[in-house]
Design a protein around this ligand. Structure first.
Ligand code: AMP
Ligand code: ZN
Length: 665
């Protein structure tokens, strides 16, 4: 029997631990445990608190919804509280819910509205006189964080509605699976941490400072509820959904009015399988009492409505056998170990491979060929190797060895210092060719329509492409003889390739595929350098004075241009007429062209961002620290150490905001 002391200690521990996981999940979007494991902790705490209320903490997470609020942000109270949902992990719990609701309402039959539980991030939209006033996050349930500008990037959410009173509209922001994959691919290229699943990507996006960046994430929304409303708009949940649809909101079409337990169970089981055919993630089914008056009668607990329950799907886990580990070479030359598995069906698809990320992961798992391994689909999408079944493992299983040389071109592999990633740095490596070409022609790079992965492969296989420059020397007569290639598609391809020669310098720079130089970094670089010649000559210190360019990116750029074959590629592409000059600075030749600027202190007429934009628009360059290279320091009120340092150096011209504005008049 546990002593009171042990029980109180356990309650303390659970309370602290759940608070910590709440922070990881809601504020930082980097959860350490699965929803299921989280709910187990919460359920244990709930049951202990019920048995031993004397030990329950006042700030217990069982009494509040997990908060996504960060300090220093603008918050707005909700007109009506935003609740969480009670979870059910078995159909038995759904049956109990139905029974309890009917008993409490003293009714023999009850209509329920069953909806998909969208795995995203909840939001609240407030409309007044038909116009969207603001949008907030769920926050702590009472107060939400203002995210209006970011929400406005979701074009399917109407800015005006035909309802003249005041109304809070609630729903879920989510990221479609294909967008999630696109974003992770881009992030990988930029050397950023990838998101674990679409939910984290969505919650990580909604709080970004820069709405332009949010727009690029291409978030979507499903609306499913009304909070506060100045006059009722319907009498049942299903009617609310119809009304909201009429008003132009995106409503998930897969809801259903049901009443018996058997129907509910069938609906849950149906979507448990069918969910994998959807283009977004759903982690369960929400069962709601349909009639609003009955909902009111049932009321709420401290955290959740009593008239609803969420049936959560289980992540399916299977055991398979590790047949081998392959080492795959990506476009940047990064070598990724991939587990080759005896095929198993998980979540209705066959899984025969799972990425192992890097060498550390292999060591952490202590993987050996022939091992029985536990596989799940993490975030329901990406197969993940959870661990090894160690019982009865024969001693004969061999440890997985990371190769010393590239498995394709045999070039010696290079392990990033302090890092865990291993690279093949031979840019002529054939494994990299396909992926490098795919990247080069992709939409955000050279945008060559008609030269996607399939045609690239076709052309490589037919000896038409063996390097990037070959794109501009394609033998179109030969292409015409290939299967699937008609005159029309060849003409279009020719035109698209020709057009790409005019592509902006920053897109070309991105297209070159320099490690850690993603689309955004390429743009930043191009606002600081007039042409590729300047970039080739630059040294590390100068590179690092550019905002957002740190040591890692700087070294990678220097490394890239140090390699003869990369320089040669640039020269060949120049000769073929591609655009290595920054048209922005080239056209606007002003007295500040190519002069280096830094701003310090508080300005009178412009914000930092505005003044930075003005500098760039007029051909000036921004650097982030005071050094001999700096030409002008623009000084506002209460300038500090930067001003002192600039005065000491002596050669830097120190000017006011007005003086600067005069220069660009
Ligand atoms: P939890 O995140 O465990 O607190 O679950 C409750 C959350 O599920 C709500 O706050 C909503 O953000 C979300 N949710 C997703 N789909 C629905 C839906 N169809 N109806 C109600 N809530 C939903
Ligand atoms: Zn190689």
């Amino acid at each position: 029997m546990n002593s009171f002391e042990q029980i109180s200690e356990r309650i303390n521990y659970l309370t602290k631990e759940i608070h910590r996981h709440n922070q990881l999940y809601y504020e930082k979007s980097i959860p350490e445990i699965s929803d299921y494991e989280y709910d187990l902790l919460l359920k244990e705490l709930e049951s202990l608190e019920k048995q031993y209320p004397q030990f329950a903490k006042q700030d217990s997470p069982t009494q509040r919804v997990g908060s996504d609020l960060l300090t220093n942000q603008k918050n707005i109270p909700h007109r009506q509280r935003m609740y969480s949902l009670e979870n059910a992990y078995s159909l038995q719990e759904i049956e109990n819910f139905l029974f309890k609701s009917k008993t409490e309402l003293q009714t023999a039959s009850l209509t329920l509205c069953c909806e998909q539980k969208i795995d995203g991030f909840s939001i609240n939209l407030f409309y007044q006189n038909g116009a969207l006033q603001y949008a907030t996050t769920r926050g702590d349930g009472y107060v939400g964080e203002l995210v209006t500008e970011n929400i406005k990037t979701i074009s399917e959410l109407p800015l005006s509605i035909p309802f003249q009173g005041e109304i809070e509209i609630r729903g879920e922001i989510y990221l479609p699976i294909n967008e999630f994959e696109r974003i992770n691919e881009e992030r990988e290229l930029e050397g950023l941490k990838t998101f674990a699943n679409p939910r984290n990507a969505a919650s990580g996006s909604i709080k970004l400072k820069n709405s332009e960046e949010v727009k690029n994430r291409r978030l979507k929304a499903f609306i499913y509820a009304v909070g506060f409303v100045s006059e009722p708009i319907a009498q049942a949940q299903t009617e609310i959904l119809c009304k909201l649809k009429e008003w132009g909101f995106p409503i998930n079409p897969h809801y259903k009015k049901l009443s018996s337990y058997q129907e509910l169970a069938d609906f849950c089981n149906y979507w448990d399988k069918e969910r994998y055919n959807l283009e977004y993630e759903t982690d369960g089914i929400v069962v709601k009492v349909d009639n609003l008056a009955l909902q009111d009668e049932l009321g709420n607990t401290a955290k959740s409505p009593k008239w609803a329950i969420a049936y959560k799907f289980k992540a399916e886990e299977k055991i398979s056998e590790l047949l081998d580990v392959h080492f795959q070479v990506g476009r940047t030359g990064a070598v990724t170990p991939v587990a080759i598995l005896k095929p198993v069906t998980i979540a209705s698809t066959t899984v025969s491979r799972a990425t192992l990320h890097n060498i550390d992961e292999i060591e952490r798992l202590d993987l050996r060929i022939g091992d029985r391994v536990r596989i799940i689909k993490s975030g329901e999408i990406i197969p993940k190797l959870l661990g090894v079944v160690e019982e009865n493992r024969p001693d004969t299983h061999l440890k997985v060895q990371f190769p010393e040389n590239c498995p394709v071109c045999e070039h010696k592999l290079y392990k990033e210092e302090n890092g865990v990633i291993t690279y093949c740095i031979n840019s002529a490596c054939p494994a990299q060719l396909q992926r490098r070409l795919e990247h080069f022609t992709s939409r955000d790079a050279m945008d060559i329509e008609g030269l996607g992965p399939a045609n690239i492969k076709l052309f490589i296989d037919n000896g038409l492409l063996s390097g990037i420059e070959d794109i501009y020397k394609l033998d179109f007569d030969k292409i015409l003889t290939l299967e699937r290639m008609g005159q029309k598609s060849v003409d279009n391809l020719k035109e698209a390739i020709e057009k790409s020669k005019q592509q902006d310098f920053y897109k070309l720079l991105f297209a070159l595929g320099i490690r850690f130089v993603g689309a955004k970094t390429a743009k930043i670089l191009c606002s600081s350098f007039q042409d590729i010649e300047q970039l080739i000559k630059v040294n590390q210190d100068e590179l690092q004075t550019i905002p957002e360019i740190g040591e890692k990116i700087a070294l990678s750029i220097l490394d890239f241009f140090k390699q003869e074959e990369n320089l040669q590629l640039v020269r060949k592409l120049q000769a073929l007429g591609l655009n290595f000059i920054n048209s922005k600075t080239a056209v606007r030749d002003t007295i500040i062209s190519n002069k280096k600027f830094l701003v310090t202190g508080t300005l009178q007429h412009h914000t930092r961002n505005e003044i930075h934009a003005l500098i760039e628009q007029n051909g000036g360059l921004l650097i982030s620290a005071v050094s001999k290279n700096l030409d002008y320091l623009i000084v506002g009120e209460s300038a500090g150490s930067k001003l002192d340092k600039a005065q000491k150096i002596g050669s830097i011209k120190i000017i006011s905001e007005d003086e600067f504005l005069n220069m660009i008049k």
